[in-house]
Design a protein around this ligand. Structure first.
Ligand SMILES: [Zn+2]
Length: 115
């Protein structure tokens, strides 16, 4: 399961941050995911409880913020929202577009407990 390995990689990062901050435990992990990141938020939520077991984030909550998909048009220069299967300009309809955001998989923030 792809999402489980993504979760494990994520928790490795979380554990490192927790260690660097001498944290006792992790309360919350906030992730930002774009529609073209290749991971399914729902599957990630399912995999998280499995991956977090035995880590410093064993009781942490996973919050997923889904990012919009944005393209910049090479024809008219507009930056518009697009659908994952249809990366066309929302202003002029041209398909010569460049992806600006939408493929992110970012660890946005972590809430730690120190006592
Ligand atoms: Zn355009």
């Amino acid at each position: 399961m792809h999402e489980l390995s993504v979760c494990q990689a994520l928790l490795a990062q979380v554990e490192q941050v927790a260690r660097e901050n001498a944290a006792h435990s992790v309360e919350k992990v906030v992730l930002r995911i774009g529609p073209l990141s290749g991971v399914e938020p729902r599957l990630l939520q399912d995999a998280f409880p499995i991956a977090r077991a035995g880590t410093v984030a064993a009781s942490a909550e996973l919050v997923i913020e889904e990012l919009p998909l944005t393209v910049r048009c090479q024809n008219c220069g507009a930056e518009t929202a697009a659908a994952p299967n249809r990366l066309i300009c929302g202003a002029c309809g041209d398909w010569h577009t460049q992806l600006i955001s939408g493929d992110e998989l970012l660890l946005a923030s972590i809430e730690l407990t120190k006592s």
